[in-house]
Design a protein around this ligand. Sequence first.
Ligand SMILES: [Zn+2]
Length: 296
Amino acid sequence: MKIGIDLGGSHISVGVISEDGKVLTKQEKNILFTEQKNDEIKNLIRDTIISLINAVLRDIKIPIFLIDGIGIGIPGIIENNKIKKCNKFKIYDWDLAKELEDYYDVNVKLENDALCAATAEKKYGNLKDSNKSIFLCLGTGIGSAIGIDNNVITSEMGHMIIKKDEQSLCNCGKNGCFETYCSMKSFKNNVIELLQLNKDIESEEIRTILTHQKDNRIINNYITQYIDNLTIGISNIINILNPTTICIGGGFIYFKEILFQRLLERLECNSYQFDKPKIILAKLENDAGMIGATLI
Ligand SMILES: [Zn+2]
């Protein structure tokens, strides 16, 4: 068995994953970075990972030497098993794997988080039978991966510009990126602002509130605008890559009852140069990244 870790933009999940991709136990912790300096952010990430690994090992009552390896999905660019660029945390050229290997004496591998999730969906989930697929991870940002036959490669579709808008500065330094309009962070922040909710509110609570606000005109207008923007991004992806399947995962899954049917209906009205692909949700939901991190 291995340990799979999903380093999200707002939380870290750590799980013990069996040989056949089952989550035997998992622990999660929210992380919030505001004013910390670069070294403090790195220390907080590393220390949180270590405390969660120790917690799952206690849960399952096994020592670390019985673990065959640790895999970590990172929201950024990985090169030579190091974090080359992670704009979300403003981390560049960090050898996190070596720091954890020194601590645990277990092999540690890093890979892009969307690639991990897509790999898990390909092996155990809803992309098993697809030979040309796109995985879109709508979470704190938008991660993406392209699957062709048995190969999965990473891409950065979240930074495709969908609008020329001076008001929407992305953490990559550009304006108008897909993820500044369509990430779940953007969705939640807009809902919080429109409904004047508490900034620290959890996704589950926002979902409950939205479920009871079906007739709220302001919210409905915003959701229409959100779906329109998501449709622009997905249409561009279809016209550029002609996939047979687009699989959506990440925090979007929490809001599937509110957003998914509306997205399907909106996409149906759009015109494409190619046949419209199947649009599906990730089967492994938010565990895909953690499970996939053990497959790299
Ligand atoms: Zn960007």
